[in-house]
Design a protein around this ligand. Structure first.
Ligand SMILES: Cc1ncc(COP(=O)(O)O)c(C=O)c1O
Length: 366
């Protein structure tokens, strides 16, 4: 069986380093917001090229803390509109609605799956205060266009970088540094994944950094002084230690993903399969390798019969979920089609040449 993603094998590679970090952590006696969190924040900010990084509990909280901080700064208020891609993981949209803001669903570009800049412009109103871009499947959104729109219409640009740790824009900036503030998830399946829940916010804005640093820890400025009605959204100390180990390997892991993607793109030749767009640039770190197949159930059953596990990201569009039923009448044909036909092939740094060759051969015989 070729697994879709074997997290145990992925993490086993770092077992010795994890054990060392765990021993240090245990002996430190400091289990919340200790030196491991501080070290990771410093290293991750440096990696992304931002001035600041705040470690937080997960990707959803990272996004919500950004909105909460902008409310405190007076840049956005309850009921304001946030433009976002209709095809994304539902957490992107939950962050907006849970922050008391109004999501404005925008269709993607059918080739890149990322938000279509022209559609953003069509959806801007007097109540629009922010664009929440997503680097879906590991590919940066159209950075130049989104920055230009945000500037022209005086909107905040916020980045959901949950799926794109280490993606590099052509001018050298990395994900997390192509907006006013970037939100990361380090959920275990991500390119940079913890061994539990974890996340981060990156920014170059000192005020935003200061507020989020407090909000994530009850709004506290010191042990007995609290400035904001904050939360407990701290990055766990041991997860920070594990993430520091894995951060050193992120670039080589991403390179491996890009090599596998290039292999699939050259080796898979089947008119029933539409392959994803890849410009061979560093702006795509292939968190997922997405193909399009009509009648995908038959294809998935065929792959399973050939001992290859595939997945779907995602089977149902967010506006068609019960949780977001108030948006179910939105007309979003591109988004809905994508959710009907996408299939994710295995892509991760531990796949062997033999495995990916088998995957391509099996698909070619479909
Ligand atoms: C695009 C996107 N946004 C947000 C999230 C939420 O991150 P988390 O699961 O860490 O809360 C995820 C991942 O789960 C995601 O893929």
């Amino acid at each position: 069986m070729i697994n879709f993603l074997d997290l145990h094998k992925i993490n086993k590679r770092f077992e010795d380093e994890f054990q060392k970090q765990f021993a240090l952590f245990l002996n430190s006696g400091s289990y919340i917001l200790g030196t491991q969190v501080l070290n990771f924040e410093k290293d991750f900010a440096e990696y992304c090229g931002t001035k600041y990084c705040v470690g937080v509990s997960n990707g959803l909280d990272a996004l919500m803390l950004i909105f909460e901080a902008y409310k405190i700064l007076g840049d956005i208020k309850e009921g304001d509109e946030v433009i976002l891609p209709a095809n994304t993981y539902i957490a992107t949209i939950l962050a907006v609605v849970n922050s008391g803001l109004k999501p404005i669903f925008v269709e993607p570009n059918a080739q890149t799956f990322n938000i279509e800049p022209e559609e953003i412009i069509k959806n801007i109103s007097n109540n629009t205060k922010a664009i929440l871009g997503v680097h879906l499947y590991g590919q940066l959104y159209d950075v130049a266009e989104l920055e230009e729109i945000a500037k022209s219409y005086n909107l905040l640009l916020i980045e959901d970088a949950a799926q794109a740790q280490g993606a590099v824009y052509k001018d050298g900036r990395k994900s997390g540094n192509v907006s006013n503030a970037g939100a990361f998830s380090f959920y275990p399946t991500k390119n940079l994944g913890a061994l539990g829940d974890a996340g981060a916010v990156t920014t170059n804005n000192n005020s935003l950094f200061e507020i989020i640093s407090k909000l994530k820890n009850y709004g506290r400025v010191s042990t007995y002084e609290t400035d904001y009605k904050g939360y407990n959204c701290r990055l766990d100390e041991i997860q920070a230690a594990f993430l520091s180990v894995k951060l050193k390997h992120l670039d080589s892991d991403n390179l491996k993903r890009q090599e596998i993607a290039t292999f699939y793109l050259n080796a898979i030749k089947n008119s029933k399969i539409k392959l994803p767009f890849f410009s061979e640039a560093q702006d795509h770190v292939f968190h997922q390798f997405i193909i399009e197949v009509e009648h995908r159930e038959a294809f998935m059953a065929y792959m399973k019969a050939n001992n290859i596990e595939v997945s779907i990201h995602y089977p149902r569009a967010p506006h068609k979920q019960k949780a977001l039923r108030e948006y179910k009448t939105k007309v979003l044909p591109i988004t809905e089609r994508i959710h009907d036909v996408v299939v994710s092939l295995p892509i991760n740094p531990i796949l062997t040449q033999q495995e990916i060759t088998i995957i391509a051969e099996v698909i070619n015989k479909y």
